[in-house]
Design a protein around this ligand. Sequence first.
Ligand SMILES: Cc1cc2nc3c(=O)[nH]c(=O)nc-3n(C[C@H](O)[C@H](O)[C@H](O)COP(=O)(O)O)c2cc1C
Length: 209
Amino acid sequence: MLNFSVKEADILFEVLKARRDVRGNRFLSKPISEEHLDKIFQAALHAPSVGFSQPWKFVSITEEAQKQKIFNIFIEENEKASELFKDTIYSDLKLEGIKEAPVNIAVYYSQKEKAILGQTSMDQVGEYSVVCAIQNMWLMARALNIGMGWVSILDSEKVNAVLKAPKDHKLIGYFCLGHVSEFLDSPELESLKWEKRKNKEEIIFKETF
Ligand SMILES: Cc1cc2nc3c(=O)[nH]c(=O)nc-3n(C[C@H](O)[C@H](O)[C@H](O)COP(=O)(O)O)c2cc1C
């Protein structure tokens, strides 16, 4: 049985705290090595999943033409979003790195064909499992000093069409990955005063809310 030291736990916490959402203005064109990409996928494969169903699928995208198609979908969706945030700094924010990042990865939930142990009352737990895999990738990427950013301002139907996703597959997240010029010390949305980090008292309750 592996027993970790407090020092090792501290290192894990350092990685957790240092993980950032990385956007286009910080990606470098330097390619990600196959070895590093493999480690990131291995991290995903070791995530927990309901009934050990491992309901995840990954599409890696490196061709400029494919990235451009996804970028066009982002532009269209972001224009709609800008309307909701008029009179804010929204339109000045860089919210993706689709073209700048050498690798994009679309992560899918592949719907169950049979009953899954544990997925009998809350159907969404299959999708939650995919999110666990995503977080593993994000942390492993950071431990390898590779930046990763989530792009959710996308029309999933249009992304599915570009990636020729099978009908029973659901897009969970679209990610940009690459080496970076820097990792910010704190979330950009915090330093721009868009949101503040919540403190424990606001979110942790005892016995009941
Ligand atoms: C589900 C999810 C969707 C997100 N979508 C976007 C996005 O579309 N564009 C973006 O710039 N950041 C996106 N983010 C990143 C968040 O803005 C970021 O995680 C948050 O501001 C905290 O910053 P940090 O990840 O650097 O700690 C997303 C994060 C999550 C978890």
